[in-house]
Ligand binder design. Structure first.
Ligand SMILES: Cc1ncc(COP(=O)(O)O)c(C=O)c1O
Length: 443
């Protein structure tokens, strides 16, 4: 039998004689390289230890004097776990609810085959915040678009009358919906797809922000198309914001051709873009919507699909399920994540702080027109794009920002996303902008 000893908490947590509080950033990296899959490229020489305030992290970095294994440094978190921590780290309302739930209520986990009383609270809160008829809980973000995809196909066959196995779901180029086989079938990023085929049939892509291309496809194959499936603003692609009239036109086309509008709001939802959900920026309403990330308040993975009676009403026992989808602790966390979103006015905060950040980013662009190609965003989902030159590499910029006390991470080499918590202060926004200014000036 394998020999294993585990003891202690925090820095004293010791596994088979290795105490984690003793490890240097380099040793953490070596353990990950030796024992993990190499599916991420984290910033070098930095390890997060704990949270300081709702928008900052305490990190361990190499000790310049090389006497200790590391020194600690506070940094502003400008990525906030890809928008999973909109409510701020360790949000008080959510943490209190979790502690009370575990210590007083004492019901972490039961399966969906027996009712638990917190599901009602979750369904009431989630349908109210999304203004949708029904909600189905899942766990990881990717599971929400995955279910949305299945729902759209089922609606295509049972309501629209598409011949069996002939349904098409249309996606947008540059999309990101996660890492399941459905999501990577949608993807047109070679890194996500290489040697994972064969892919799912029945998916076609059109350029994002191009209503004419969509209309042409609808005209050609509309009878077989069940849904247009897209992010309202493309986050992972580098924060691509469509023209203001794009979504109203798409919604009109979907109505005209009897095609569902299925929006993946896993990254754009929960206040991130200045509205509770990004589609509200454009005055439209989808038939289906996928939520995740901040649906779990940065505490637990929680996701869900919200939608109309007509579509979600097609689910039948056995057709879908998830052991942890909507389990009591997850349900309570989601309810309090929604409470924090509403009571802390997070969408409005994102709008105000986002405007402050955008002003600063635009003036940095004006100061360095030869370095910054574009600045984009809505609310606190923002990014700046560098010209594609060797000296302007996004990974190098991320490392330099870290030296200036800001954590941000490049996406697609030339773009750096800035998406801090929605609880961030005006001073912290200024500190992020000052750091960006200094780093860009030094390139
Ligand atoms: C729009 C969108 N959908 C789905 C996902 C997948 O979420 P997860 O990584 O939690 O599975 C992401 C993650 O970045 C996303 O941005």
């Amino acid at each position: 039998m394998a020999e294993i000893t585990i003891s202690g908490y925090g820095d004293d947590l010791t596994v088979n004689g290795v105490r984690i509080g003793d490890l240097s950033p380099r040793e953490h990296e070596e353990i990950e390289n030796r024992y993990g899959g190499h599916n991420y490229h984290p910033l070098e020489d930095v390890v997060v230890s704990h949270v300081s305030n709702s928008s900052t992290l305490i990190c361990r970095v190499p000790d310049p004097s090389e006497v200790r294994a590391y020194v600690e440094k506070e940094i502003i978190d400008s990525l906030c776990c890809y928008s999973a921590v909109n409510q701020g780290q360790l949000n008080d309302m959510i943490v209190k609810a979790v502690i009370a739930h575990l210590e007083e209520e004492r019901i972490p986990t039961v399966p969906r085959s027996i009712r638990h009383k917190y599901m009602s609270a979750f369904l009431l809160a989630a349908t109210a915040i999304t203004e949708m008829d029904r909600v189905v809980p899942k766990v990881a973000g990717v599971e929400a678009p995955e279910l949305m995809f299945k729902m759209a196909r089922r609606w295509g066959y049972r309501v629209k009358g598409i011949p069996a196995d002939k349904a098409i779901i249309v996606g947008a180029r540059g999309n990101f919906h996660g890492r399941s086989m459905t999501a990577v079938t949608f993807s047109d990023d070679p890194d996500s797809r290489s040697d994972f085929g064969p892919f799912l049939p029945g998916i076609e892509l059109v350029p994002f922000n191009d209503p004419e291309a969509l209309e042409n496809l609808f005209r050609e194959k509309g009878d077989r198309i069940a849904a247009f499936f897209a992010e309202p603003i493309q986050g992972e692609a580098g924060v691509h914001v469509p023209d203001d009239d794009y979504w109203p036109r798409v919604a009109e086309l979907c109505r005209e051709y009897n095609i569902l509008l299925a929006l993946d709001e896993v990254q754009t939802g929960f206040g991130r873009t200045g509205k509770n959900f990004a589609h509200q920026l454009y005055g439209i309403k989808p038939d289906l919507m996928a939520c995740g990330k901040a649906a779990g308040g940065g505490i637990l993975p929680v996701s869900f699909v919200a939608g109309s009676d007509e579509v979600i009403g097609l689910l039948t026992p056995g057709s879908e399920g998830s052991t942890f989808g909507g389990y009591p602790l997850g349900a309570v966390v989601a309810v309090y994540a929604i409470k924090a979103l509403v009571e802390l006015n997070l969408a409005e905060k994102a709008r105000i702080r986002g405007a402050q950040l955008m002003d600063r980013l635009l003036s940095i662009k004006e100061n360095f027109p030869d370095k910054i190609k574009d600045v984009r965003g809505k609310g606190l989902l923002t990014a700046f794009e560098l010209f594609d030159e060797r000296r302007l590499d996004g990974h190098k910029v991320s490392l330099k920002l870290l030296e200036h006390g800001v954590y941000a991470k490049e996406t697609h080499h030339t773009t750096v996303r800035i998406a801090p918590t929605l609880t961030i202060s005006a001073r912290q926004i200024d500190r992020i902008a000052d750091a960006i200014h200094e780093v860009i000036a030094g390139l």
